[in-house]
Design a protein around this ligand. Structure first.
Ligand code: BG6
Length: 496
């Protein structure tokens, strides 16, 4: 595919960036602030426009006011000059994305303006609309070979529905034009995981079943479901977090080194990991998965309602917490469990990967005071991005040997004195550049659903309901039992 010769800023082609769902939460809280930050860095080509499409009865000026308000709310220390530059790029089209009317106006705006621009269509709307909107874009003639469509998860609610969405979108856009966002892949610390593994030599020889005892991946949040109850109650933590973010993290930990980091090579390797996940039988699901749901409790000292109270649906059986034990069946990882857990209304907001190494093969300090413990590498994805390698050291001083745990710390904030960009900043620029490396390919999404589906199916027929955990805690006790059964424990981060 040839990129247009349109003006480039920092290698970026000029672009018509259409956001369908332009006044929604995602657009105003994430996408426009991300574009603002890139505007500050002068990364958007001068001819680039942002076309907001929504049902709101707004003209361009009205939309600019909305966006100004959103940027001022979500950005500290707004650069007024950059904000004005961004606002000047904005246009608004009032139309209901769920109906066929009014799309010809988009054609007039996009095709009717002279000059070559990459066309981006960001669908910040309900997934049920992905297929129909793509068809409408095609019908009004705005899909050319530079066009890209961007979709947020959830892509489907199971394998069949994911395939149906992918088929519908695929009738209009070639796979290389489809950008499926998993915003975890845009996080700096997640990208750094690849660099840490593959731009250094010291870890790779240890990164396998010979030296690694197990891996833990935790994504815990303090927020509840809030305004997203309608969506969340049909999704639950397995679909909302595990099928995508947690499995993507697992892939980056477990994947083989690609020959180089390129648009398909990384995705090829991640796909192989997903395909190597040991399929769960119904017995495996009963033994190796735990679902939980938050009850009332205290989060950061504030009393919060239970999930069902927050939702107003006492009968809901949706899980807000999942813990599970997975295995990657390949040469490198045979026999190494990967424990995953995620939940809402937990005791803290933390996304972290912990690689726990094996104990030294021989105990050399039998009479030492203190304990020798296994090495652990904590990779903190957020907040306070960084890494910590836990080791055992000798406490200084005469007399016998006293063993003490110490850690080698890398804090991003101190190593790099820069603002940590939001994941969307990187991802949106990659869409405009046409670089799909950090986006999920169709086969990856479907492989993830293939693995998750037996869990959903088993849960649907078992009479058990999610186990209750008080809000503000680390989840149901069954999650602790899941890992303790293997003589291991969840490693609580002490990076802060
Ligand atoms: C989203 C989920 O994909 O990720 C949300 O739908 C969740 O339920 C969010 O809160 C977490 O993202 P982050 O970047 O805050 O960890």
């Amino acid at each position: 595919m040839t990129l247009p010769t349109a003006e480039l800023a920092d290698g970026m082609p000029a672009c018509d960036f259409t956001v369908v769902g332009a006044t929604g939460d995602l657009a105003l809280r994430k996408l426009l602030p991300a574009l603002y930050h890139r505007e500050v860095e002068e990364q958007l080509a001068p001819a680039t426009r942002v076309i907001g499409v929504s049902r709101s009865e707004l003209d361009d000026a009205g939309y600019r006011t909305e966006v100004r308000r959103a940027v001022e709310k979500h950005v500290v220390d707004v650069d007024e000059v950059a904000l004005e530059r961004l606002l000047a790029r904005l246009h608004h089209l009032t139309l209901d994305a769920a109906t066929p009317d009014g799309w010809s106006h988009l054609h007039d705006l996009v095709v009717g303006t002279p000059g070559e621009r990459v066309r981006v269509f960001y669908l910040a709307v309900a997934p049920a609309l992905f297929g129909p909107i793509c068809r409408r874009l095609q019908q009004v003639g705005v899909v050319d070979e530079t066009a890209r469509v961007v979709m947020e998860k959830p892509i489907g609610t199971d394998l069949a529905s994911a395939r149906a969405v992918n088929d519908a979108v695929g009738e209009v856009f070639d796979e290389h034009q489809v950008f499926r966002i998993d915003h975890y892949l845009g996080k700096e610390s997640v990208q750094n995981l690849l660099v840490t593994r593959f731009a250094n030599t010291f870890l790779e020889p240890l990164w396998n079943s010979r030296w690694v005892d197990h891996v833990q991946i935790t994504v815990s949040e303090t927020l509840g479901v809030g305004e997203r109850g309608d969506y969340y109650d049909h999704a639950g933590a397995l679909r909302d977090m595990v099928q995508n973010h947690l499995l993507q993290l697992l892939c980056l930990v477990a994947m083989e080194p690609p020959t180089y980091v390129g648009r398909e090579t990384v995705r090829d390797e991640k796909l192989k990991v997903l395909q190597a996940l040991k399929p769960m039988t119904p017995d495996d699901v009963d033994r190796d998965t735990v679902r939980g749901r938050y009850g009332q409790g205290l989060v950061d000292g504030v009393a919060v309602p239970s999930y069902t109270e927050e939702l107003g649906r006492p009968g809901s059986a949706t899980e807000t917490f999942v813990a599970l034990r997975a295995e990657v069946q390949n040469w490198r990882w045979a026999g190494v469990p990967f424990y995953l857990r995620t939940g809402k209304r937990m005791d803290r907001k933390l996304s972290e990967i912990v690689v726990v190494f094996k104990e030294p093969p021989h105990r050399m300090f039998p009479h030492a005071e203190g304990q020798q413990s296994a090495n652990r590498l904590h990779i903190q994805v957020q907040p306070d991005e960084g890494m910590k390698l836990h080791m055992t050291a000798k406490e200084p001083g005469p007399g016998g040997i006293r063993l003490r745990p110490v850690s080698l710390d890398l804090s991003y904030a101190t190593a790099f004195d820069v603002r940590m960009p939001d994941a969307y900043e990187r991802l949106l620029m990659d869409v405009i550049r046409g670089n799909p490396t950090l986006f999920m390919r169709r086969d990856e999404v479907e492989a993830a659903w293939t693995w998750v589906e037996p869990i959903l199916q088993r849960w649907a027929v078992t009479p058990d309901r999610p186990k209750r955990y008080p809000a503000g805690t680390s989840g149901p006790t069954a999650a602790a039992t899941l890992i303790e059964r293997d003589d291991r424990t969840w490693q609580e981060s002490d990076l802060d």
